[in-house]
Design a protein around this ligand. Sequence first.
Ligand code: K7E
Ligand code: CUA
Length: 685
Amino acid sequence: MTMRAMCLNLCGIMTVKTNLLISIINVMKKTMLMLCSVAAIVSMQSCKMKSADSAVEGDAAAKVYVAPGKYDEFYNFVSGGFSGQVSVYGLPSGRLLKVIPVFSVNPENGYGYSEETKAMLNTTNGAIPWDDQHHLDLSQTNGRQDGRWIFANANNTPRVARIDLKTFKTSEILQIPNSAGNHSSPFITENTEYVVAGTRFSVPLGDADVPISSFKKNFRSTASFISVDKNTGHMNIAFQIVLPGMNLDLSHAGKGPSHDWFFFSCYNTEQAYTMLEVNASQKDKDFIVAVNWKKAEEYAKAGKGHKMPASYAHNTFDESTQKATSVIEKDVLVLDPKDCPDMVYMIPCPKSPHGADVDPTGQYIVGSGKLAALIPVFSFDKITKAIQDKQFEGNFYGIPVIKYEAALHGEVKKPGLGPLHTEFDGKGNAYTSMFLSSEVVKWKLSDLQVVDRVPTYYSVGHLMIPGGDTKNPAGKYLVAYNKITKDRYLPTGPELCQSAQLYDISGDKMKLLLDFPTIGEPHYAQACPATLIKDQQVKFYDISKNHNEYVSMGEKKANVVRNGNRVDVYMTAIRSHLVPDNIEGVFVGDEVYFHVTNLEQDWDVPHGFAVKNSTGADLLIMPGETLTMKFDANKQGIYPFYCTDFCSALHQEMSGYLRVSAKGSNVPLKFGSGVVATDVAANNK
Ligand code: K7E
Ligand code: CUA
């Protein structure tokens, strides 16, 4: 593509972005000077963009080539955005390995459809089949990834999920009360003591019915600290800090010297509740909210909080009973900064900050003002000193506001346009994504000088370095997660896939290596060395450990039991037959529960199960597992059922028939299979 074509394309993108740009320009109108320099940067950067061909060097292919049969070096966990799921890729190949169902039903394997998994998606508003999944954080021990769990947030109906990396299954989902837009989540402390959840949309506490115009008086943001059990990973809301009405956006925990602290970015300190596009962009600075969670912990222990009635669902999947249960919790411990001095401070941060990122040493906190033409970097030592010396410039609803200069390490000048997120390579460099000028900018933490920049195709949101938010990043690759891929792939209709781009950052200059399409809309991602996870995978699923109440321990235990209009089918699956495979004596109006036990125990031998005209999804039953499908027999007929997973050469033969007769007909309940050889008389209750 010629440079001219590329510039035209960019103009196209800018048109797409016109509205956003207009609002930004409106915001910047006050400072005409700034506007001019912004325009200059826009044109400069767009025309500087090279075509993709020339941006990739000769050895790029070799660097991402993972030979058939070989493994990738890193697992890359990528948030699914509006897909609600988490996808897993290999790096550097960019090969998609798995989509883990988390917040959305998944017809592919029956997650959210099977009787065993339905409760995972329960909330105080009933079962919700979807969410918007933005951020991920891998569990850590001493600031290093430990490969045990990965946490995921649900933005729309506030929830936090924990995924077990031994099995790549969602183990737990916890709803967050007094919250809306759970965006600054699920970031963790360096020993996974806590997972946080902060409200992007302030709401009245306790779901009170108040006029929207009473925002200032009645709306609050909250920062919830969810404790994580060291051994089981079990989550509980330890305490919830109530903050003024505003929009908490992102967060990251301190580490090393700043271990006790958590830093949240916020915008809309104007406290607007309409036309935020304009009204929430009035002030030159919003805040980084610094929370001393150690202090908060002490206050909670000392009884400084109060228990507030709150209703929220807590869903756990029990590996032993193989069933999800949903418990509705009744209250939450609330801490008010007014009663807890020295627990929360505000640090002014220009201008509607998005990312709040902490460097590997724990010394520097980077705020990315998405409407700012610079990147402020705060120093933890200076923040501590400013607090000691009481260098405050007032307060925000009683919370002390530290003087900007007193907390500031320095500013990265003219980094580019629309800074969003920053990651670190562990060698003293920071990398910031620039949404508007579509580039990654590398700068030095020591002197805040920009040392390199590379274009992205196109608007980059989050970026990620494996371990880039921990104490020891593997500073070898960087992945940019881009919106608006435009012309990067073969066109596939009006919605084009989002895209990830892999860069080699091992040298002084960043080098583009690879594009790969992604699932849903990726926001944040995590990656860790494959060795951390691959050797702990469970490979044998002992059927004797299956305590599902509907398990069939062997084909001899297969059975059909009628109880009123409920018919329970205890079925087994093993290569290549289902037992029973003939079922008669089921009538219109019956509710049939197929409890299918997969008798295989080696990993990678799932069996599927589907019944003709079933209104749910199929079951994909893992080795040693029992899953249940509810089938409403609402029409007379013969219903074939079969295994949906090509499990052996005789997979096609893995099928059977269910006969549904008219209500009141005198067909006896009967079931059997050539394998079991007898047509066992049914247990009528
Ligand atoms: Cu920047 Cu939701 Cu983290 Cu998207 S957020 S990019
Ligand atoms: Cu079992 Cu196909």
